[in-house]
Design a protein around this ligand. Structure first.
Ligand SMILES: Cc1cc2nc3c(=O)[nH]c(=O)nc-3n(C[C@H](O)[C@H](O)[C@H](O)COP(=O)(O)O)c2cc1C
Length: 187
């Protein structure tokens, strides 16, 4: 099982990374091959330009925006599981994750009444940290995206009320939930 995670916090060593790491360690322990992409480390990432150039090619992503998302699209297609990880920023996903996710539009081919998703059959999961609210909204938006993408929805792993990354590592209940979630990703 190949897992690719897009880590959308601007902090590569923040709360979201701490939670994601615990889950992915458990997934790797259960035999999965794991790759984490720190979106904050990409030097050239932009959002969807809504040019619809991708819709001219039904078999390939075909995105016309030449930036760091291009190699990522191929790696996402090569994976079985896509994990989207983000802090809650103003009741939404982070700007980094939102840019990357909007670029997945090129995986959805609307055709002429014959819609298809290049991501069909893959599995989708979400990892979220928050101060106190908003993770439910992000979970719902990505659950709907999973439907459009024809991916199996694996649900979300959420840590609420986190102060610092060590709060996550030091919370036995959160660690156990993250490990269980990680093993499910690998299953
Ligand atoms: C710009 C910004 C907006 C935020 N908005 C919310 C919010 O709407 N709801 C919430 O519960 N927490 C909010 N937070 C808190 C973060 O979601 C929380 O601290 C998170 O764990 C940070 O993760 P990170 O360290 O991986 O970046 C916000 C933090 C920032 C910096």
């Amino acid at each position: 099982m190949k897992i690719i995670a897009l880590q959308g916090s601007p902090r590569p060593k923040g709360n979201t990374q701490a939670l994601l790491e615990i889950a992915l360690e458990a997934a790797a322990g259960a035999g999965a091959q794991v790759e984490v992409v720190q979106l904050s480390e990409l030097t050239d990432l932009t959002g969807c330009r809504e040019c619809f150039g991708c819709q001219s090619n039904p078999d390939e992503p075909g995105c016309l925006v030449e930036d760091d998302m291009q190699p990522l699209l191929a790696r996402i297609l090569a994976a079985n599981v896509l994990v989207l990880a983000t802090p809650v920023f103003c009741w939404s996903a982070s700007w980094l994750l939102k840019m990357a996710v909007d670029r997945l539009y090129c995986m959805f081919k609307f055709g002429d009444g014959d819609y298809r998703s290049l991501l069909e059959g893959r599995r989708l999961a979400v990892v979220i940290t928050e101060g106190n609210s908003g993770s439910d909204l992000i979970t719902e938006s990505f659950r709907r995206m999973a439907e459009l993408a024809r991916c199996q929805w694996l649900g979300s792993l959420v840590a609420t009320g986190v102060g610092a990354p060590d709060d996550i590592r030091g919370n036995a209940e959160t660690v156990e939930r993250a490990r269980t979630f990680g093993r499910r990703l690998a299953g």
